[in-house]
Structure formats: structure tokens, C-alpha cells
Design a protein around this ligand. Structure first.
Ligand SMILES: Cc1cc2nc3c(=O)[nH]c(=O)nc-3n(C[C@H](O)[C@H](O)[C@H](O)COP(=O)(O)OP(=O)(O)OC[C@H]3O[C@@H](n4cnc5c(N)ncnc54)[C@H](O)[C@@H]3O)c2cc1C
Ligand code: SF4
Length: 458
């Protein structure tokens, strides 16, 4: 997707008469690193100065600055106006705050940017409509969900797909079903399609999962926004307009806007103010290697099998699949944060480090010790059972924590609490879960630990 979007953009620049020096990935002279290519470009063009928009990845920023320094050229880094919240503003906002919480940051963003506001008050008298959202589909499953508009690959994209097969063919994943937007007009169409056909139900079902329904009511717009094919301001304005014109209810619109004006900006602020130390976080001292089946989907756990297979097929999984299936399993198992971070960065079409790393390390693995989330997202298999139909097709029982049919999530949930009990005592929102742990008898604890050892060798 990155390469296809880049090549379309290079073509557009050429058409509009802007000079653009595009380096081809399969050119024999290509050094295969951005820094190496910048070094070669500096030799070719002998510039007086380099001007760039702040990079998405800390590592890329460092590498390009190093090239400029070594070549003795002035480098000007411009703020990325694509985002609502400049990094310096976030730095000031977070300085001195012992705890950062999304909810307060989000309210500040709503006020500052006058989004869904009536004077100083939130539209509808509430900042947050979570209590109206987060339903599951029940036994019947979802009604017909209009699939997102598809963009069959054009000549440029087909060439990229062939290039990917040729140069990166041994990597996991497929290109065959690729149909994401790769140009601005396509991204605009994808936005319109989402607003018209799926936004009204977005809030209600944003946490629900269902077999063979990868997108449900989600927008599938993350990659287009991360690649700047679509401005988040444009997306937020379109959602507000849908509310104002009566096309979508307030809980859906507010829930959707919170993801973009809230979470997306919040994680970027955390990333740029905490790097590079953030990438090394491992507050729970998790040391288990990433299970091999994360690269194949070959596991009897149906929820993981479905989510991982879908991931390799489409390069996409929605938020709850990422957080409460793959992320949850890694958290409970105690996978090394670095390894699970590298997996997420490798497998999703929207993966860029500034957004992926805080979501993985902070939100899903609690590796930052609570900087980003107020508690670990730890749950048993019963959560997955409530929010999906995965358990109905699984050989395990989400209600059982011990015995041969015990759901690995449920066993590992209790083992996770046992393993991290002391540390979690300092997390106020874990009080209830730890009180339930105290009710376990010694023999129940031993049975859980024994079953967890079996699960770990599965
Ligand atoms: C473990 C984990 C890893 C993730 N990795 C990435 C990643 O590499 N790249 C990425 O863009 N998002 C990532 N996310 C956030 C979120 O899951 C995806 O943005 C979302 O699933 C993309 O699908 P969508 O466009 O259909 O989103 P929708 O559900 O339609 O949401 C709308 C938009 O809100 C934004 N958004 C929603 N949740 C978040 C969030 N937690 N953080 C930042 N933005 C958010 C996205 O831009 C998204 O397009 C990750 C979340 C988790 C839990
Ligand atoms: S029973 Fe457990 S492993 Fe099986 S699908 Fe449900 S949560 Fe996943």
C-alpha cells in the first residue's frame, strides 16, 4: 500500500509539473534504506539545505538528520500540520502531569478545535456515549453489513504487487485481495462510503467481532490517513456533518470522532514525547518468546486462528481483534514487548511506528507501566465469547480455567494475575480483579499453574 500510494503520488507530481526524483526499489543501485537513498540524492543534487516534514518514525527522523549532519547540510524539520496537536503542545500539556488520561486530553481537543461543541458544553450534554455503544451481535449475528468500497488495482498498483511478490515474496501475507485506496480521490470515496453506509452503526458495534466479517462497521480509513491521502480534519468534519444532517446518531459520531481526535492524537503525543526510551519499556518484565503460530495462524484457538488468518489475508484487523485477541493473548502469556511490537509493525497495512508502538506497548501490553492506559486490558475468554461467535466454533470452553477443555485465555488470565499480583496492587483499577484472585483456594491456584504450563507448550 505504501509503495502503490507513493508511486501514484509521484505520478501526480510529475503530471502537475513538480520536479520529483523518485528512486525505484528494484533499481540495482538502490541502497534499500531511506538514509542511503538520501545520501545518494545529496550527491546528485548538491542541495544548500534539506527541508522535511517531521517523520512518522523516530528512527527515520534520526537516520535522515544524521545524513544531513554528516554531509554538513542544514536541515529544517517542519511540524506535521496533518495532525491537530503539535508535539510541542503535547509536551507542555503532559509535563508535570503524573498521569495522562485519554478522556481529559480528548475533551481539551474538542474544546480547542470546536468539535461537537455548543459553546463551552459538549453537544448532547455528554462527552462520552460509551454506555450506548459496545453491543455484541447476539446469537443471530450481524445483519447485512455493506462491505467497504473496493478499489481494484490499476496498472501502477499491479506493478507494485508484482514487485512485492518478486522482492518480498517470502514474507508472510498475501497481495491477491489488495483493494485499499491508494490515491486521494479514492480515499475520499472510501470516506463517503463509510459515512453513508456504516457510520450510523459504528458506535453500537465497534467492539463486536464475527467470523469472516473483517470490517463490520469500521471505517478502514487508518492507512489512508496515515499515508496522508486523507486529512483527519476532513474525516472528522464529514462525521460531524453526518450528525448535523441527521444521517448518523450522536453516539456513533462521537465514538468515531473520539478515535481520531482523541486516541490518534494522544498516541502520537505519547510516542514523540517518550521516544526513544519508550521502545524499551517492559514494566511487567515479560520474557516469553512470541509463539510461532502468530506467523501462520496454525492454532486450535479459534479466535486467534480467525484473527491471524484474516490479518495475513487482508492486512487488516479491527481494534478489538488487535487489542482483545492477539494483544490480549500476548499480554496474558507474557510475550516480550519488543517481539509483539515487531509483529504488529510487520503485519498491518496501516502500521507506522508512531501509532503502532504506543498501542502495542502501552495499551495492549501495559509495558509502559500505565503511562497510557489506566489498567492492563486483561480478560478471560468470556469477554471474547460475549463479543463474538468465535467460541462457538472452538474446542475450548471459555468458562473453564482448568482441565483439558479450559480456554487458554481463561487459564492464562488467572496465571497473569498470580504472576503479576504484587505489581498490580499499585494499580487502583485492578482492585476488583485482585479481590477475585484472593478468593481462589490453594488447590485452584496449583491447578491453574499446571494447566498454564500445558497451554504454554501448545
Ligand atoms: C495492538 C494494537 C495495534 C495497533 N496498531 C495500529 C497501527 O499500526 N496503525 C494504526 O493506524 N492503528 C493501529 N491501532 C489502532 C486501531 O486498532 C486501528 O487504527 C484501527 O483498527 C484501524 O481500522 P479502521 O480504520 O477501520 O478504524 P476505525 O475503527 O474505523 O476507527 C477510525 C479511526 O480512528 C483511528 N483510531 C482508532 N483507534 C485508534 C487507536 N487506538 N490509536 C490511534 N488511532 C486510532 C484510526 O485512524 C482509525 O482509522 C492499533 C491498535 C492496537 C490495539
Ligand atoms: S474458547 Fe477461548 S480460545 Fe476458543 S475462541 Fe473462545 S476465547 Fe478463543
Amino acid at each position: 500500500m505504501f509503495l502503490a500510494a507513493m508511486r501514484h503520488f509521484a505520478g501526480e507530481l510529475a503530471k502537475r509539473g513538480f520536479p520529483c526524483d523518485y528512486q525505484w526499489l528494484d533499481d540495482a543501485a538502490n541502497t534499500q534504506t531511506l538514509a542511503g537513498e538520501l545520501r545518494r540524492a545529496v550527491t546528485r543534487h548538491q542541495p544548500e539545505a534539506l527541508v522535511m516534514v517531521q517523520a512518522g518514525d523516530w528512527r527515520v527522523q534520526q537516520a535522515l538528520e544524521t545524513v544531513a549532519r554528516e554531509a554538513g547540510i542544514r536541515m529544517e524539520i517542519r511540524d506535521d500540520r496533518h495532525f491537530y496537536c503539535p508535539v510541542d503542545w503535547f509536551r507542555e500539556y503532559s509535563a508535570g502531569r503524573k498521569q495522562l488520561r485519554l478522556e481529559f486530553f480528548y475533551r481539551e481537543m474538542r474544546r480547542m478545535h470546536d468539535v461537537l461543541m455548543e459553546g463551552a458544553q459538549p453537544v448532547g450534554g455528554q462527552w462520552n456515549f460509551d454506555s450506548d455503544n459496545r453491543e455484541s451481535f447476539g446469537k443471530k449475528g450481524p445483519a447485512f453489513v455493506a462491505p467497504p468500497v473496493a478499489f481494484p488495482p490499476d496498472k501502477v498498483t499491479v506493478e507494485v504487487m508484482e514487485l512485492v511478490r518478486r522482492c518480498l515474496g517470502t514474507n508472510p501475507g498475501e497481495t491477491a485481495r489488495f483493494d485499499f485506496p491508494v490515491t486521494r480521490p479514492q480515499a475520499e470515496l472510501a470516506l463517503e462510503d463509510f459515512i453513508e453506509r456504516r457510520l450510523p452503526e459504528f458506535g453500537k458495534y465497534q467492539d463486536a467481532m464475527w467470523t469472516a466479517e473483517p470490517y463490520l462497521y469500521h471505517s478502514r480509513l487508518s492507512a489512508a490517513m496515515n499515508l496522508k491521502l486523507l486529512s483527519p480534519r476532513r474525516v472528522v468534519a464529514a462525521a460531524v456533518e453526518a450528525y448535523r444532517t441527521g444521517k448518523a446518531p450522536l453516539p456513533a459520531v462521537e465514538g468515531f470522532i473520539r478515535q481520531i481526535l482523541g486516541w490518534r492524537e494522544y498516541v502520537r503525543g505519547i510516542y514523540w514525547t517518550q521516544m526513544p526510551a519508550y521502545a524499551q519499556s517492559n514494566a511487567l518484565n515479560a520474557q516469553t518468546p512470541l509463539p510461532g503460530f502468530f506467523w501462520t495462524g496454525d492454532t486450535p484457538m479459534n479466535c486467534l486462528q480467525q484473527t491471524i488468518t484474516q490479518t495475513f489475508r487482508y492486512g487488516y484487523a479491527h481494534h478489538i481483534q488487535r487489542l482483545m485477541v492477539t494483544g490480549l493473548y500476548a499480554l496474558l502469556l507474557g510475550v516480550r514487548p519488543r517481539e509483539i511490537h515487531e509483529w504488529y509493525l510487520a503485519v498491518y497495512v496501516d502500521a507506522v511506528e508512531w501509532v503502532e508502538l504506543p498501542n502495542v506497548l502501552g495499551m495492549s501490553q501495559f509495558a509502559d507501566g500505565g503511562r497510557m492506559a489506566s489498567k492492563p486490558y486483561a480478560a478471560t475468554g468470556k469477554y471474547i465469547q460475549r463479543m463474538s461467535n468465535y467460541c462457538a466454533g472452538c474446542r475450548f470452553d471459555p468458562a473453564a480455567s482448568t482441565g483439558d477443555r479450559a480456554c487458554p485465555f481463561t487459564t492464562l488470565y488467572w496465571e497473569f494475575l498470580l504472576r503479576n499480583e504484587e505489581q498490580l496492587r499499585s494499580v487502583p483499577r485492578m482492585e476488583l480483579q485482585l479481590r477475585n484472585l484472593e478468593r481462589l483456594t490453594e488447590s485452584q491456584r496449583m491447578a491453574i499453574v499446571a494447566r498454564a504450563a500445558q497451554v504454554r507448550s501448545m
